[in-house]
Structure formats: structure tokens, C-alpha cells
Design a protein around this ligand. Structure first.
Ligand code: NDP
Length: 334
């Protein structure tokens, strides 16, 4: 059975769960916003189903719900943030206005975040920047859950990257993807629904190919999309999100010392560019020209367009969540 929630109900539910778990109201609001936006956009692997993970990491004393990031401008185009073991979307939200001003001033600006937990979809951090006319890319690494090309055990995270640019009409074209064939959140959904994974998505713990989601839930590694190409993207993300920000590498994770911990203490690298400054042109025209060219084939759909259609539907009609998830969420609410 499906349970209907309005967007406002979903926000209130997520906010209440986070404040009950110890988050300050402003932190709870930013996390609720990120998760509900994902749910409304149909990114179900990183929507409300992630709230129990937030609570589990807090209860395990692995993540600190009261933390606020310490954000310092270290160069004209560089912000460095220590998340204080809190949640990454808080640092990204709090830095957004300054980062925007810096990119408009310098042409390029970056935010390096370490010591935070990112349980969300990456587009949430960057799409608002593209809606303001900027181009943005972000990189987030995680605990090892993926075997690099040729390996049989999990040595690296499902390291995600996202990229967004303005569509010239106040919106954005955004892609956002794990470097594994599918994200851990999606594997869980397949396991719950008893659906097989796509071919070449993962291995058993013993290293044999499998399409059984339970094999991955039981510790088998996921595999990179596109073979060696996805593995190289994961490597780049590890460098950008960990080495470049001062965060621990995914394989240095020590969450296993915190029984119940359900997140990675990791890094985020977010790069923002003002295309009017970098190109010296009317970039808006150029973006619109490219998008119109691609849409000259009626069969094409661009990344993010599915999400935006879901968003429009959710704004009108609210969302539905499965009864099992609703019951878990209601049990976490005071
Ligand atoms: P998907 O494979 O579902 O989608 C990846 C991208 O491809 C999306 O931008 C999607 O747009 C686009 N896309 C999908 N199908 C098409 C198509 N037919 N034509 C054109 N574009 C298409 O995403 P993943 O499963 O890899 O990742 C899901 C989420 O998990 C992401 O939001 C990611 O940030 C998150 N994640 C977060 C991690 C973390 O540590 N925080 C780690 C790993 C993943 P659209 O959305 O419109 O379908």
C-alpha cells in the first residue's frame, strides 16, 4: 500500500525526525529540504528512505546532529569547510551565497568540505547554482562498496559526481551519477522488491558475478559502470573529494567501530564557474543553442528532465511512499 504525503507534510516529517534526533532547527531544515527535494524528484534511492540512516549514524555517535560547519575563505576563489562531523548539505547550503559571489567576482570558485556525512543526492547542492546562471560540478566519495575494474573486492566507494549548467530559461540541465552501475540505495530498493540487478552490476563476496541484490547487501562489491571508464571516474572522485579537501580516503573509514553507523564521513569538492567570465560571451545563448540542437531529435531526453517532470507532478499532487517506509518514519517521529 502507498501512503500519500503533501510536500509540506513530508518536510515536517523529516524536520521532526531530525530535530528529535538532536539536530538544530536550521540543520534539520536543510537536511529535510535536501531529502524531500530528492523524494519529489523521484530520486528514491536518496530521498526519505535515507532518514533512518541519518538517525542510525547519530544514535551510533558516528555523526553529530548539532554540528555546524566552520567555513573559511582561504583564497579569493576558495572556501574551505570543516563540517564538524555533521551533514554535508548543511555546509553546501551555508556556503552557497558566498560561493556564488566569489564565482561572479573571480570567474571560478571552489568549496572544499571535509569531515561530513553526505547521505543525499548531489544535484541538490549544485542545481540551484545553475539556476542562477552558473556552471557547477561536485564530487563526493564514500566508504568502499565497489570493486575497481579487474578487482574482486570493494576497494573504493560508489563515488558520485554531478554537473549542472543553465538552460537559459531559469532552469538547469544536470547529470548526477554514482560511478557504480547503480547506487547502494538502489540496490536496497531492488532487494526490498525482490528484483534482480542489471547484468554486470556486482559480485558475490567470493568474487563471482551476481544479479542478486541480497548478495550485495551481504557484502559483495558493486561494479563500476562502463568497466574501466567508470573505475577511472571513481578514482578521480576519490582524489577530488578526499585528497583535495583534506578528508580521509574511503578505505581509511572507521565507521565499523561505531555499530549501527550508516554513513561515510567523507568530503565534497564543489566547483562553480561563471560562464560569462570564462568565455567572454553571452553564454546563455550558447547553452540554449546546444540544448535546442540536441532536442532536434525528438527521441532524446537530457539528464535531469525525468526529475523535473517528477517535480512538477509532486508540486501539484504531493508524493506517495511505501507503507513500510512510512511506518519506519512515523516510528522515528516524536
Ligand atoms: P542514475 O543512473 O539513475 O542516473 C544518472 C544520471 O543519468 C541522472 O542525471 C539521470 O537523469 C541521467 N539519465 C538516466 N537515464 C537517462 C536517459 N535515458 N537519458 C539521459 N539521461 C539519463 O543515477 P545513479 O543511480 O548513478 O545515482 C542516483 C543518485 O545516487 C544520484 O543522485 C547520486 O548523487 C546519488 N549517490 C550519492 C552518493 C553519496 O555518497 N552521497 C553515492 C552514490 C550515489 P534523471 O535523474 O533525470 O533520470
Amino acid at each position: 500500500m502507498l501512503i500519500h504525503l503533501s510536500r509540506a507534510d513530508a518536510l515536517a516529517l523529516a524536520f521532526d525526525i531530525m530535530t528529535h534526533a538532536g539536530a538544530r532547527p536550521e540543520v534539520a531544515g536543510m537536511i529535510a529540504d535536501c531529502l524531500v527535494r530528492a523524494e519529489c524528484d523521484g530520486v528514491l534511492s536518496h530521498g526519505l528512505s535515507r532518514l533512518p540512516d541519518h538517525v542510525a549514524s547519530i544514535r551510533a555517535h558516528w555523526a553529530d546532529p548539532a554540528a555546524l560547519p566552520d567555513i573559511v575563505q582561504v583564497r579569493p576563489g576558495l572556501l574551505r569547510a570543516d563540517g564538524g562531523n555533521g551533514f554535508t548539505p548543511v555546509a553546501a547550503s551555508m556556503a552557497r551565497n558566498r560561493l556564488t559571489e566569489m564565482a561572479r567576482q573571480e570567474g571560478l570558485a571552489a568549496l572544499c568540505v571535509r569531515n561530513t556525512h553526505h547521505l543525499g543526492a548531489l544535484w541538490c547542492d549544485i542545481e540551484p547554482l545553475a539556476e542562477e546562471g552558473l556552471v557547477a560540478a561536485s564530487f563526493v566519495h564514500s566508504r568502499p562498496r565497489m570493486a575497481p575494474y579487474g578487482a574482486k573486492k570493494a576497494l573504493i566507494g560508489t563515488n558520485a559526481m554531478a554537473f549542472a549548467f543553465p538552460d537559459g530559461r531559469g532552469g538547469a540541465i544536470t547529470f548526477d551519477q554514482a560511478s557504480s552501475v547503480l547506487s547502494v540505495g538502489d540496490v536496497r530498493r531492488h532487494a526490498r522488491e525482490g528484483r534482480p540487478l542489471p547484468p554486470a552490476a556486482g559480485l558475490t563476496r567470493e568474487g563471482s558475478p551476481t544479479t542478486a541484490a541480497d548478495d550485495i547487501m551481504n557484502g559483495g562489491p558493486l561494479l563500476p559502470f562502463g568497466g574501466h571508464k567508470g573505475a577511472s571516474i571513481a578514482l578521480m572522485v576519490e582524489i577530488m573529494a578526499a585528497a583535495m579537501t583534506g578528508a580521509a580516503f574511503g578505505f581509511e573509514d572507521h565507521s565499523s567501530r561505531y555499530p549501527g553507523a550508516a554513513s561515510s564521513n567523507a568530503g565534497l569538492f564543489l566547483l562553480v564557474m561563471d560562464p560569462a567570465i570564462t568565455s567572454g560571451n553571452d553564454a546563455t545563448e550558447r547553452f540554449m543553442h546546444l540544448i535546442a540542437h540536441l532536442h532536434s531529435d525528438p527521441d532524446i531526453r537530457l539528464p535531469g528532465e525525468r526529475r523535473h517532470a517528477n517535480r512538477a507532478h509532486a508540486m501539484q499532487n504531493g508524493i506517495t511512499i511505501e507503507e513500510d517506509l512510512a511506518n519506519i518514519l512515523f516510528s522515528l517521529r516524536p
